[in-house]
Design a protein around this ligand. Structure first.
Ligand code: GRF
Length: 185
């Protein structure tokens, strides 16, 4: 069975969707690690509730980004991780992690890339007046939201509420991430 690690920094709804799909057999893989770079993030509690090993590593406790990532690579190697899924991991992946795992790290982004890269994609697209929104899943390289696209899904939204839009984006994300992981593994 393939082994997945999920990296997250925030609430972790994508983490939970993937982890639950693995636990139910919808994805034939095991989530062996949830790595979080922020103490107190909601995703940590979700991992505990689902019985998934959580590793919380704060970059500020390391001398450099490469030392931080060396520790991550060590954890991934020890668990023999096949696929790393970034799910709201608010950090640019550096050389150390890329050298070890490039081609095996994917990310989900809440826009139709290459439009609206960055941390505030939903808000930016909404304020721009976009009528067709979407979600992208891509390989991770050294450019922010820049790697080759694996899957995308678009939907129309012409409502007034950014909150309602966010709910729709997350629902599409959860489905598309599960489908894409299944295809990749
Ligand atoms: C998602 O919208 C994802 O596309 C983006 O960060 C958000 C994470 O949400 N990269 P959650 O923590 O999985 O709920």
């Amino acid at each position: 069975m393939k082994k997945i690690a999920i990296f997250a920094s925030g609430g972790g709804s994508n983490f939970e969707a993937i982890a639950a799909a693995c636990l139910s057999g919808e994805i034939e893989a095991e989530v062996v690690l949830m790595l979080c770079d922020k103490a107190g993030a909601g995703v940590i509690e979700r991992a505990e509730r689902l019985g998934i090993k959580a590793l919380v590593l704060e970059p500020k406790s390391f001398g450099s980004k490469s030392e931080y990532e060396e520790r991550i690579v060590e954890a991934l190697d020890a668990l023999q991780v096949d696929l790393v899924c970034l799910a709201g991991y608010m950090r640019i992946v550096g050389d150390t992690l890329l050298q070890a795992y490039e081609g095996r790290i994917i990310n989900i982004h809440p826009s139709l890339l290459p439009a609206f890269k960055g941390a505030t994609a939903i808000k930016d697209a909404f304020e721009y007046g976009v009528k067709v929104f979407g979600v992208s899943i891509h390989y991770v390289n050294k450019e922010l939201d820049g790697g080759k696209i694996i899957a995308q899904r678009a939907f129309s939204y012409e409502g007034e509420s950014q909150e309602e839009l966010e709910t729709k984006v997350h629902a599409v994300e959860h489905k598309l991430y599960i489908e894409t992981i299944n295809k990749l593994i």
